[in-house]
Design a protein around this ligand. Structure first.
Ligand code: EPS
Length: 404
């Protein structure tokens, strides 16, 4: 069974971030300046981001896996160098510090922030300095995820699958989402500072973020990811760990600061009768990716039984407010156990638009994995032939007494 796997390495203020993607078929046209760097730029944007995003101009350098503009089927390794590293060479040095080092230069942090991995990390890994934990726990790591996700998107595009996202809430400001989303969601929202479809809500979100910033506070929110063009039949109902809804939810929940995931109308559906939840089945011979069927609605968000239905996949990620607060919460000083307010350092006030871009990347990686699981292929051509044959068979299989 062919699978797409990715790993990342790197600390927030270390030398850089490594993104490793394994299992790609050969022959995928891939130009990182065209396909990957623009996605990294999208992740860096959004109103409410901190000064770090002014320092960085994320782009990848390829170490392996591509030759002459096409993938080789070998592991794809990409590096994103941290520009800020220059300012952290002493604090993030790989070697033990010299005896005469100024302790300030090590930028140690002993006041764990509630909500961050600081305290649980030092206890679990038996460290004293929370910097040993927070550097890896930081959402800076998501730049490497987005690099891998951009390649997964490139692969999915070969099969007519396109992924976009938009912000639907920041703090208590909610967007009025139109009944019909624009076909190209990212094109519609990427120029908006909050990546949202509602200008009125945008203004209110900007104001809410400004107010939170003035109060030394932070704001979370909700993003929605939509994937179009998926064929019916990715994922499987046969085993818990093959169900695509579980795989998607796990992937989204693994994003820093995400505390809940919703598929389709999931939350509201729990309070409605079944007749107002399930999506009536209609015949539509021309709906190729749906296998000749269409749904009158898409409250299921494009998944039934852990399997894609051929309708758009719709998923929401709920982000908590960032845990670095200038208005510090009570904590404990790890040096002497005394009561003390939590540490604070440069951070974002809100990063919901960026989280949406990361959500797209994680969805792309899970979907590309599920696509390769279903269609296999050592080369894109082979995957494409298998995909085509499947869709053709769905179109021809017929009903009742005359199955092919
Ligand atoms: C991030 C880089 C970080 C933070 C943010 C995400 O940069 P720095 O810590 O140098 O300001 O802006 O990380 C967090 C909010 C966090 O809690 O770790 C990025 O590249 O996305």
């Amino acid at each position: 069974m062919k699978r797409l796997r990715f790993r990342t390495a790197g600390e927030s203020h270390g030398r850089g971030l490594l993104a490793l993607l394994e299992g790609l078929p050969a022959g995928l046209s891939l130009v990182t300046a065209r396909d990957v760097d623009p996605e990294l730029k999208r992740r860096q944007g959004g109103y409410g981001r901190g000064r770090r995003m002014k320092i960085e101009a994320d782009q990848v350098e390829v170490l392996s896996g591509i030759r002459l503009g096409e993938t080789l089927g070998s592991p794809l390794a990409m590096i994103i160098w941290n520009r800020d590293w220059e300012n952290w060479t002493k604090a993030m040095a790989h070697d033990a510090p010299p005896d005469d080092v100024n302790p300030k230069a090590l930028r140690s942090m002993y006041l764990p922030r509630p909500g961050h991995a600081d305290l649980v990390g030092v206890l679990k890994y038996d460290r004293r300095d929370t910097r040993d934990i927070l550097e890896r726990a930081s959402a800076r790591e998501t730049a490497a995820r987005v690099a891998c996700g951009a390649v997964a998107k490139r692969l999915l595009a070969e099969f007519g699958v396109h992924i976009g996202s938009h912000v639907v809430a920041v703090g208590d400001v909610e967007v009025r989402v139109p009944d019909e989303l624009p076909e190209d969601l990212n094109q519609a929202v990427d120029e908006n500072p909050l990546r949202c479809l509602d200008p009125e809500a945008t203004a209110a979100m900007v104001e809410a973020i400004d107010r939170a910033g003035e109060a030394g506070d932070t704001l979370g929110g909700v993003f929605e990811v939509v994937a179009r063009g998926l064929p019916v039949g990715l994922g499987s109902h046969v085993a818990w760990d093959e169900k695509l809804d579980g795989r998607l939810a796990g992937a989204i929940m693994s994003i820093q600061a995400i505390k809940a995931v919703e598929l389709g109308d999931g939350v509201a559906a729990a309070g409605r009768p079944g007749t107002r939840v399930h999506d009536p089945i209609l015949r539509e011979d021309t709906h190729r990716t749906g296998g000749g069927f269409r749904r009158a609605s898409n409250r299921a968000g494009g998944l039934e039984g852990g399997v894609t239905t051929g309708e758009p996949l719709v998923l929401r990620g709920y982000m908590k407010p960032i845990s670095t607060l200038r208005n510090r919460l009570p904590s404990v000083d790890l040096r002497d156990g005394s009561e003390a307010d939590a540490a604070t350092e440069r951070s974002d006030i809100s990063a919901v638009p960026a989280a949406g871009v990361v959500g797209e990347a994680m969805v792309a990686l899970v979907l590309a994995d599920a696509l390769l699981e279903k269609f296999g292929g050592d080369s894109v051509g082979e995957t494409r032939r298998n995909h085509e044959a499947y869709l053709k068979h769905l179109q021809e299989r017929g009903y009742g007494e005359r199955p092919l």
